[in-house]
Design a protein around this ligand. Structure first.
Ligand code: PEP
Length: 249
């Protein structure tokens, strides 16, 4: 099965830069080895959806409001994203959890609102360095997943993708090891097994993210239990990301 690879531009790439990026990416992407989701900033999504329309490239947002509509100044709703042609949304990235103090409860509500409006959710979980150093990695992941999927029906998991992103590996140049990633994927699938079923635990897509690059991507994305990757920094370079997307082993 093809891997799913997701680009998170974070607060980078203006609309004009996104236009250049998408023009090049859409023209060069062959779709043979991977499915690709690109997540630019909200303001770049209109130009991105225009350029990606009819191509193999899917689009995602980096955040969504937990409320459906109304007096929430500055927020962007799931309906708005859907209307624009966006298919995915990243929810619970560690930037949102830590810098914007998003709780598991809020993340759970965002997931429910996104799913209700037909978006696929890329839900990020992962431990801090302090958690890792005190042997709490698996407890933290378990707790985050249990809270994030609380109240979801099993069939809704078809639109949920879990991204294991250890916080200490994000943007640091220090990726997790194959063993770390395989163990985390096992725990993620075990929690889904216990909360749902064997089928759900097998079928759910699990990604790894954290300092992926052209050298480590082959080993880390071919770990047992891993269906793809979430890329930050390296995805900003269109040539490098195209190369990864087209030539993934
Ligand atoms: C991320 O922010 O989700 C991420 C994986 O970033 P990087 O690839 O730069 O570590």
């Amino acid at each position: 099965m093809k891997k799913l690879i997701v680009a998170n531009f974070k607060m980078n790439q203006n609309p004009s830069e996104t236009k250049q990026y998408l023009t090049k990416f859409v023209a060069g992407f062959n779709g043979n080895r991977a499915d690709v989701v690109i997540c630019p900033s909200f303001v770049s999504l209109p130009v991105a959806t225009f350029l990606a329309s009819g191509s193999l490239v899917r689009l995602g947002a980096q955040n969504v409001c937990d409320e459906e509509e109304g007096s929430y100044t500055g927020e962007v709703s799931a309906q708005m994203l859907k209307d624009l042609g966006v298919e995915y949304v990243i929810i619970g990235h560690s930037d949102r959890r830590n810098k914007f103090k998003e709780s598991d409860r809020l993340i759970n509500k965002k997931i429910k609102t996104a799913l209700k409006n037909g978006l696929k959710c890329i839900v990020c979980v992962g431990e801090s360095l302090a958690d890792r150093n005190t042997g709490k990695t698996f407890d933290v992941i378990r707790h985050q997943i249990e809270e994030c999927v609380k109240g979801l029906y099993e069939n809704e998991l078809e639109s949920v993708i879990i991204a294991y992103e250890p916080i200490w590996a994000i943007g640091t140049g220090q990726n997790a090891s194959v063993r770390d990633v395989e163990n985390a994927a096992k725990v993620i699938r075990k929690v889904i097994y216990e909360s749902y079923s064997e089928k759900a635990s097998r079928d759910i897509q699990v990604l790894y993210g954290g300092s992926l690059n052209e050298k480590n991507v082959g080993a880390l994305l071919n770990c047992s239990g891993i269906d793809g990757g979430l890329f930050g920094k390296i995805s900003l370079n269109v040539n490098q990301f195209l190369d990864i997307a087209n030539n993934l082993k």
